[in-house]
Write a protein of this length. Structure first.
Length: 248
């Protein structure tokens, strides 16, 4: 695994596309966007490298952010369940649907006292999965689902939610779907993230970067790890500055 002191955050690679997670990667724990991100992303786009978003968040959030940041890459939402190349194609691709995940959470509420099956507020806009609050009993949720009619569903905990989704629903597959339509090889892309749901993205792209505040298992899987002082958007800005210094 590469380290910043050995290869730099970029690994000396100028990507065909930069793919970034949102929560915990562009923002801090209070969902505050790093103030230098808009400028950095616009510089990246102007240099000929489009920026895409790969997030566990919903399409309205990702689309609004993409518009305000001035980026042109596709948005891969709900951990790969929804893909929209909004600057090129009006069609929204929903790779799976979230009805079973929602029903599984309703069932869990009858098994675990106090579990809120309505989950996080953004469920109102979810199209392919269902999310519970990250404070819910993750271990018990996994155990109960593994011995139920929903045992095939996957459970992924991040710093912001517990995602319940269909098997194979992940950022890696969503990225492959989006990039195939653009004729871009994932090996030519750099992905940046912080949480376990970013691991499939790291396995898919050619170079991966964990921000300084990333989960330990995410840092272990990354091609490069930002210094612990470079939390959230600080690491992304540092990465972009480094890429922009590379020859075109």
């Amino acid at each position: 695994m590469g380290r910043p002191e050995e290869t730099g955050l970029s690994g000396g690679k100028r990507p065909k596309m930069l793919i970034c997670d949102i929560d915990g990667t562009l923002t801090d724990e209070n969902y505050t966007l790093h103030p230098e991100i808009p400028i950095a992303f616009r510089k990246m786009e102007q240099s000929g490298v489009p920026v895409a978003l790969a997030t566990g968040n919903v399409r309205p959030v990702a689309w609004t952010l993409a518009r305000h940041l001035g980026i042109t890459g596709p948005i891969i939402c709900e951990n790969g369940g929804v893909v929209w190349d909004w600057t090129r194609d009006e069609e929204v691709f929903r790779l799976v649907h979230g009805e079973r995940a929602k029903k599984a959470c309703e069932w869990l509420a009858n098994q675990i006292d106090g579990l809120d099956s309505a989950g996080i507020l953004s469920n109102a806009w979810r199209e392919s999965e269902w999310c519970l609050y990250t404070q819910e009993d993750y271990e018990n949720i996994v155990k109960l689902l593994s011995d139920s009619e929903w045992k095939d569903l996957e459970v992924v905990r991040t710093g912001f939610a517990i995602h319940i989704n269909e098997p194979g629903l992940n950022k890696g597959n969503g990225i492959k779907f989006a990039l195939e339509k653009l004729g871009i090889d994932p090996e030519d892309c750099i992905g940046v993230g912080d949480s376990p749901n970013d691991l499939p993205m790291f396995e898919t792209v050619g170079w991966s970067v964990a921000v300084g505040s990333a989960f330990p298992e995410v840092k272990k899987a990354a091609s490069a790890v930002a210094h612990e002082s470079l939390v959230g958007g600080h690491a992304v800005v540092a990465l972009i500055d480094e890429i922009l210094e590379l020859p075109e």
